[in-house]
Design a protein. Structure first.
Length: 294
């Protein structure tokens, strides 16, 4: 199967590499050239533009940072028009519900299938091919690309026949992750204010009542103040909280916790923490309590 892969960032590179290992022909594009060269060394064909990568591809996979990057690479570059008739575009990035609706209609007009399939998992999970894939779209199209999902992930969760349903589900999960980080941040500041070692406290919490990967991973980073290099940038966390609020407003669902989290993220960016790992949100709770001086 000829695959066009757009976006070789932290997550996209290992995903594309796993498709290569599985024997697929991968034509890859990335805005910066260095990842293209690294993937070419593994056997991929490096493309100078998204349109070049997409030419006559059976499947186009995009894993780009946000709505603007996705729209520019897929639509603005003419990549969509270069796909062979009946091809399928699988957008695996976390984007807005509105963009999913827009792209689904545009693809329909051009006779191209469109599937939303955002993923759960950090880079080590992507490298191991153990992502959880949240997919939605036409069932027949999903069946056609399921073998690719089986290479990239440990399980595919189907959430409906409209692509935007998968994006709504992913934004809801990321809102929950932001809430977990925010809660641990405030709890750690609370115990530290009383002279309790936050490392021991978070180890207790994340190995007992909150023994789950998100709590353990981010709890460990908060405890050790391990914020660089970023596995997932705090600025991208803000993007996802904003998109969750936007999606909720469209269906009249109030998210008061998300509103508080948005402002906490903005405060973090004001202190220059946007490039750090999402766990750096914990620094805001410490600043507010006088336990951290920039």
């Amino acid at each position: 199967m000829k695959i066009a892969f757009l976006g070789l960032g932290t997550m996209g590179f290992p995903m594309a590499a796993n498709l290569l290992k599985a024997g697929h022909s991968v034509h890859a594009w990335n805005r910066s050239p260095e990842p293209r060269a690294r993937l070419a060394a593994l056997g991929a064909t490096a493309a100078a533009s998204p349109a070049e990568a997409a030419a006559d591809a059976d499947v186009l996979i995009s894993m780009l940072a946000d709505d603007d990057a996705t729209r520019a690479a897929v639509v603005g570059s003419q990549a969509l028009l270069k796909l062979k008739p009946g091809a399928i575009h699988v957008n695996m990035a976390t984007v807005s519900v509105n963009l999913a609706v827009e792209l689904a209609e545009l693809h329909r007009q051009h006779g191209i299938g469109y599937i939303a399939a955002p993923v759960l998992g950090r880079v080590n999970v992507a490298e191991a091919g153990k992502l959880n894939i949240m997919a939605a779209g036409d069932a027949a199209a999903l069946d056609k690309v399921q073998p690719l999902f089986d290479v990239l992930g440990q399980k595919t969760w189907r959430f409906g026949d409209r692509p935007e349903q998968a994006n709504a589900a992913k934004l809801a999960v990321n809102f929950m992750i932001a809430s977990a980080i925010g809660t641990m941040s405030e709890a750690a500041a609370l115990v530290q204010g009383h002279g309790v070692d936050k490392t021991g406290f978070l180890e207790l919490a994340t190995s007992t009542v909150f023994a789950a990967p998100v709590y353990q991973g981010y709890g460990g980073a908060i405890a050790q103040e391990r914020f660089e290099p970023a596995g997932f940038k705090l600025s991208l966390g803000l993007k996802d909280v904003r998109l969750a609020l936007e999606a909720a407003e469209q269906v009249n669902v109030p998210l008061p916790l998300a509103s508080v989290l948005r402002d906490t993220h903005i405060e973090s960016l004001a202190h220059g923490d946007g490039y750090k790992d999402w766990a750096a949100l914990s620094r805001t709770s410490l600043r507010r309590s006088g336990q951290l001086k920039d």
